[in-house]
Design a binder for this molecule. Structure first.
Ligand SMILES: [Zn+2]
Length: 262
């Protein structure tokens, strides 16, 4: 084994060790996979769908409704479902504020009407693949607007980071992502094996210790249009190695976002 290979194996051992703890506790670590910014069939999207097909992995494709082409939904692999990624993905934040399609100063009624219209378009285009869940661009949405998503026909919300609660509002279940493969604040390339797996292990360990909601599956967030070779390599290795691990269960987004508070 050369030095680079040894270092990469050491990086992966961190995840293996954490999964061993889940196995010892007789628990399965649950994962899910969300990919953002789909609007049309590009070579990058075909590559992504190819991975979902090859590894029979459930994939939640977060689609921008205003820009989505009808052909995007043709012959999607069995394991793919569709989430709503904003409406037009335009940054409406004021100068100096963090980027958001839904800034706090936009009247909520207007924002909700846009969201409902976008969701209706996706429901029509995606048919049975529609999962009626909303993933806001840049993972930002005012809480007051999130609470009104059910009035726009949405029953799910997905942002980033360990969720504070499973049901932030009546009729709304939240399932976030926790591992971002892209180094947005640096060169917008791959964050690296060590960082990606550290993010995953951080959430898994917090769940295991009860410091985060143990029932929230750890979400892997990808952006197919942004992937460099290292990101694709990592993703393929992750899916291949985790597919057969008896300590891991990959969940489909449709039942996750159909869950109801009991
Ligand atoms: Zn996006």
């Amino acid at each position: 084994m050369d030095r680079d290979t040894a270092m990469v194996s050491e990086d992966w051992a961190v995840l293996d060790d954490e999964l061993a703890r889940w196995r010892e506790a007789g628990r399965s670590a649950t994962f899910w996979w969300r990919d953002d910014d789909a609007v049309q069939r590009t070579p990058a999207l075909e590559r992504l769908l190819g991975l979902a097909r090859e590894f029979e992995m459930p994939l939640a494709l977060a689609v921008v409704p205003a820009a989505a082409q009808a052909s995007l939904f043709d012959a999607l692999p069995e394991s793919v479902c569709v989430l709503q990624h904003g409406v037009d993905h335009r940054d409406r934040s004021s100068a100096g504020a963090k980027r958001s399609e839904f800034p706090f100063d936009e009247p909520a009624d207007a924002a909700l009407a846009r969201i409902a219209e976008g969701g209706a378009r996706l429901a029509r285009l995606a048919g049975a693949r529609w999962s009626a869940a909303f993933a806001p661009p840049w993972n930002r949405l005012p809480a007051a607007l999130a609470a009104r998503l059910p009035a726009a026909g949405l029953r799910g919300l997905s942002a980033f980071g360990a969720r504070a609660c499973a049901y932030p509002a009546a009729g709304l279940v939240q399932v976030n992502t926790h591992v971002d493969l892209i180094a947005w604040r640096e060169d917008r390339g791959f964050v690296g094996v060590r960082s990606a797996l550290a993010q995953a292990v951080r959430h898994l360990a917090a769940r295991r210790r009860g410091e985060a909601d143990p029932d929230e599956p750890t979400g892997w967030l990808t952006h197919h249009l942004q992937h460099d070779a290292a990101t694709w390599d990592f993703l393929a290795r992750l899916l291949a190695s985790m597919r057969r691990d008896p300590a891991v269960r990959w969940l489909s987004a449709q039942p996750l976002f159909a869950a109801q508070q009991t």
